[in-house]
Write a protein that binds this ligand. Sequence first.
Ligand SMILES: [Zn+2]
Length: 121
Amino acid sequence: MPALTANASGGKLPPQVKTITAEGIVRANLIDASPIGINIRSTVATYSGVLDELRKLFAGTAMAKEKKWKAGAFSYNTGKLRCPTCDGTGQISLDVQFLPDVTITCPDCNGQRYSDEVKYI
Ligand SMILES: [Zn+2]
């Protein structure tokens, strides 16, 4: 990763790397399992902006235009199309008396985070 970044920016390669061939690569971003930000709803897809592009694509579909759904409606964090049962988390926490809470997959959206309305997009 440091070698790719150095190569793309014209910088000096790390000492452990003698040479690198990365023709056409102008940028490298590391995505790993590290926690992303403070918001527990952040995912690699939200952080990298992939979901923003998907929301725009969804909003461009004929059905979305017919229903007047803008890109923001497809946010599972705040959008009006998020699953109302789990509030877009895809999970439900069950309070079990005398035992630690149990987290299960949302039975209404099956962990998909969206309401039934978006199934047909
Ligand atoms: Zn749900």
